[in-house]
Design a protein. Sequence first.
Lengths: 317, 329, 396
Amino acid sequence: MLNFFQLILIYAGIYAIMAIGQNCITGYTGMLSLCHAGFFCIGSYATAIMCKTFGLSFWLSLPVAAIATGLIGLLIGIPTLRLKGDYLCIATLGLGEIIRNIATNLNPVGYNSIPRASLFGYQFASRNKVAFIILIWAFVLIFYVLFQQLAHSRLGRAMIAVREDEVAAQSNGINVTKYKISSFVLGAAVGGIAGCLQTAYTLTVQPGSYTFMVSVMVLCTVVLGGMGNAKAVILGAFIIQLISYLPQLTGLTNVIPAQAKQIIYGLLLVVMMLCRPQGILGRDRFRYGDPRTRREKLHDFFIRPAGKAREARHENP
Amino acid sequence: MTVLSGGLSPSGSLLFISEKDVSTISLYMQYIVNGLTLGAIYSLIALGYTMVYGILKFINFAHGDILMVGAFIGLLIYNALTGGEAAAPGAWTIIAFVIATLVSMVACGLLGMLIERIAYKPLRNANRLAPLLSAIGVSFILSNGAAWIFGTKSRRFPYPFENEPIHIGSITITPHQIVIVAVSVLMMILLASFVSRTRMGKAMRAASLDQPTSMLMGINVNKVISLTFALGSALAAVGGILASFDFRVYPSMGTMTGLKAFVAAVIGGIGNIQGAMLGGILLGILEAVGAPLLHIPNGMKDTVAFAVLIIVLLVKPDGILGKNEREKV
Amino acid sequence: MRKAIALLLVAFVCLAGVAAGGSGEGGSSGDTYKIGFIGPLTGDNANYGIRCSNAARLAIDEINAAGGIGGKTLELIAEDSEGTVDKALASYEKLAYMDNVCAIIGPVFTSPALAVAQRCQEDGIVMISPSATHKDVTAQPATNPDGLNYVFRTVPSDALQSEVAGHYFYEVLGYRKLASLYAMNDYSQGLALGMKETFESLGGEVVAEETCMVGDKDFRAQLTQIRSAGPEAVYIPNYTVEDALILEQASQLGLNVQFLSSDGFSDPELYNLAPDFTDGVVYVGPAQAEASTKLADFQAAYAAAYNGDAPDSFATNSYDATYIIAGAIERAGSADTTAIRNEVAATKDFQGANGTMNFAANGDLVASQGVYDVEGIIPVYVGAFQIVDGHIVQVD
């Protein structure tokens, strides 16, 4: 039981890192992207190739994975980020599928027996989960702090302004394209690092692991926790992984039908959207003594009148 | 060995076209025939996406799974009526097929309305992400619910008619391909004339142009939206049943088919009914012709399909037939 | 902000502490021996996993009904891999560390098997895959302290199968021009490339090599290309649904040539999906025991236990694997994984439903391959074949 809890911690960590990347793209800058599985895939493959084919150490492959993913993010970001809303969503969805399709066609077996990561002579063996928990959550912490700082920096405020109102941001002298692309590249690179860490743990890379479902799950993680809130996103990752391994965790794999967790995800998504679309920790802007009904509040929250749009959100948690 | 060099083997040169050219041309004709069948199915499904998007401006990710439900209902009813696999094709199997299709259409129409009422209607004023995710949730529930009830095994939809291939020159067509294209075209004509001729169709068009104004004009927008879902889902049911001849019936059959149909809708210009038809046919043919034309492995045909999508979006973000809507400041 | 970080840190340290406390946890198996199973129980290819787990369960029920092993009963813990690496590894973690199983049957598919094999080698737990054919599965380095090999399989490596296939198609069937249509996955690609290598080394030619993705439903583009290349026969080493669709669509396109396939074709489901098109297909699969009723007995018992469902060859392998493990546990007399491993490796001339079985030093099955010729919807056994001095020889 506890052993399995460790496993959930590991996967929740990996998903949390991915979700922090997705949050940068969707939460801060407001771009609906659905190709995080693609970034995850590129990060994993970069690590696998670096470690296995070129014999690099894991620590060297980490920046390589991040840079490679960032570059590909840049490459696909420059043309596609001109698209808006749903169109961007579809284009990125297509890109994710293209990345997986190419990976499958290049090598359907993928890579296995990838050398382990080591640090000061300590080898990270998959059996020693505590070491992995510390490694992965150290990264979660680093990214959490980094992105929390980012939200308050010039760059982060510009991103949020772009999310709130592109036209208003532009008229205030913000280079919308530049900030959109930097947000996309940052998010992609973080996704690549998540892939790198996952590879260090599983030591196997296979193209079948990077389906469209992974992108959807990462987006759900972000939305479930609360968009634009790094802490919430980490919570979301926990919940998603907890549900994902619920049958194993409770030892009821032979009782709970295997489809149950997917159905639970589905119900959770629908109910969440109906009752609390801003996510578990999402902030309701006007909660202090506000006379409006919940419905009105939601309406105002999401479809802001033009006047209110200009006040960029400074009180981001 | 093969029946390849059938009728079209020219003894001499016809208009300076060599024998090799003729066989290449007939090869591509065959690809196009194959692509048309696939494209007709995509078009039919794309119509549902496009209608919903036209009015509500959101991607109904559950549409692909409605297709699956439609195929299952159709299969169960057909098997119940004819006794399944053992039935010899004849008049009764064709009647049973028509009944099964109609019942499945009605059932899926109701299911579509129900889903809209429960999962989308309360979110009509929410941000754009909410209904999208709600739709993904519904899609999870439907496909996994079906896997739970029916198991993940693929089932075969028996042909209700004799399906002997017809050879025209070196091109081969089967009756079921003709049926797929004919039924799809019929459905599209019916839908197009419904939307352009009837009062309700006019209301639909009005609602997709401007909801608040059409409400002011006395149009019951809720009813229009319900009807849109019902129509789209009924068409998906037909698409699902037609697709199951080639694809088999299984719980996740709608996922990739739905995605492709959606891509078709976007290529054609989402929100535009003619666009969905065009996009579907185009995508089907591209999938069949693309890989051989570019001399890349056929395993990459999804890459071709999605690359075309991205290129179309970049060149003309509103799709081939989409109208360019300038964002107002 | 600071408070939040501090809170998170505290929570993190607490969790890590809890987790660290839990890592020393160990369990005794009480009065049962636990055997794990990893395979896809959900997803599009679940039929393979469900049949294999059913067969393993059947074997265990039979053993328990006969009094168990040394007074203890066997227990099967089946975990769903969904056919993916991540879930297979999670299943492995549960079986290895939570349930403390003494051996694992599976994983069913190659990629998960490659990942799990690595872990089994590291942790020293016996793994017998009933169906992962890729040649690398048994090539995982033994990383456990003793340097022993813990990975076995009751299915022949695809290196062997494709070699026999290539020789049989060239030497016995006399084909010189083949085409292949395979899915881009480890199983199909491994077989198709292996067969091609053998076939071309003998002097044959693969005139068209077409690929598809697992889950594709429309193969007309590929078949049209194959048709224009004019091969004598087409090799289709794919999963059930793909093969069924390929056969049907080939017939509709007028591609009336001989079709050749692999052990995946032993799935009875195929004959439900494409009953009109399987006639005449030749496939290479497991060899059958001569004059043994074990296979028929197993098939009858399986059908009786699972509503008349018929087992495929992988299920038969899974059944044999379970008996091999049970025998090893009996001889080892304990749940000690190293002792069980040594007994599995020492298995000699095991008489299973698939005939006489022995393991090579790397854990591969030492086997001859069977060839089947499908008549209507009934596979007819042609005989068992081996490669001796670069030529194919019928052994029985």
